[in-house]
Design a protein around this ligand. Structure first.
Ligand SMILES: [Cu+2]
Length: 259
């Protein structure tokens, strides 16, 4: 159901959605049951002329069972939710499937840098391809990411992938994702990291193999205009967050020029 509202573009997005659906279903059941009972009893036992209110201590078993039994049922359903959570957590966060590709993601106040491993599939080699606020991925490849921060806590969040991971200064955090749908998706820093937090976004583009190779060679020979550049109205290569902007009208550009 969630995919009607947000694209589902990674291999594990469905598992996360199912988990949310399960939690919504269980909590929704109790929500309607308790509020239904509340409304029903409020109306049924409302003030009536000549009827005196009773004081019930709720100590007899015939009375306490009405709180104990639902309580046990709620705990049992909590166990179901926790078990489903652990399954999904283990599959996504504790398991690292073999990689087809590698990318380093670096957060800083207030932009994202990406180092694509290039054709040799290794980082820190001559064929690495660096971009700012513009991540390019090949559909169907299992990516490992190395997430770093240059200054404070950031969060690498790509809602379409159902992916969210804190970036912690001084640490390299690894994880994985596998893009399954061609398109351009939002990446937004999801950890309050300073004045420019709100504009710390980037574009994540999932390409077909052909379009990926073409884009990568355009980036390497300097003819590619990134989504970030298009959005910010600048054609300068490799802009940093303090770049010179031509489109002075946009609020994001105004903010970006302040920071
Ligand atoms: Cu941030």
């Amino acid at each position: 159901m969630i995919e009607y509202f947000i694209y589902s573009a990674s291999s594990f997005a469905g598992d996360i959605d199912d988990l949310f659906f399960l939690i919504t279903l269980i909590i929704g059941f109790w929500f309607f049951l308790t509020f239904g009972a509340l409304v029903y009893f409020t109306i049924k036992f409302r003030k009536k002329d000549g009827v005196k209110a009773q004081y019930i201590t709720g100590e007899k078993h015939s009375e306490t069972k009405w709180t104990h039994y639902p309580h046990f049922a709620v705990i049992a359903m909590d166990v179901v939710i926790i078990a489903a959570n652990i399954l999904v957590w283990v599959n996504i966060k504790q398991t690292l499937p073999p990689r087809d590709n590698l990318v380093r993601v670096i957060g800083q106040q207030w932009s994202w840098s990406f180092i694509h491993a290039g054709p040799d599939g290794e980082l820190d080699t001559a064929d690495d391809i660096a971009t700012v606020n513009d991540l390019h991925l090949k559909i169907g490849d299992t990516y490992h990411f190395e997430l770093q921060s240059r200054d404070v806590l950031h969060n690498f969040a790509v809602p379409a992938f159902r992916l969210r991971q804190d970036a912690v200064p001084g640490r390299t955090i690894s994880g994985w994702f596998k893009p399954t749908k061609i398109g351009t998706y939002d990446l937004q820093c999801a950890e309050m990291c300073g004045y420019g937090h709100g504009i710390m976004g980037a574009a994540v583009t999932v390409h077909s193999e052909e379009s990926y190779n073409e884009t990568m060679s355009q980036i390497q020979n300097g003819t590619y205009e990134s989504h970030y550049q298009k959005r910010m109205g600048t054609k300068t290569g490799m802009p940093s967050y303090t770049s010179h902007f031509e489109d002075e009208g946009s609020f994001a550009v105004l903010l970006a020029s302040i920071f």
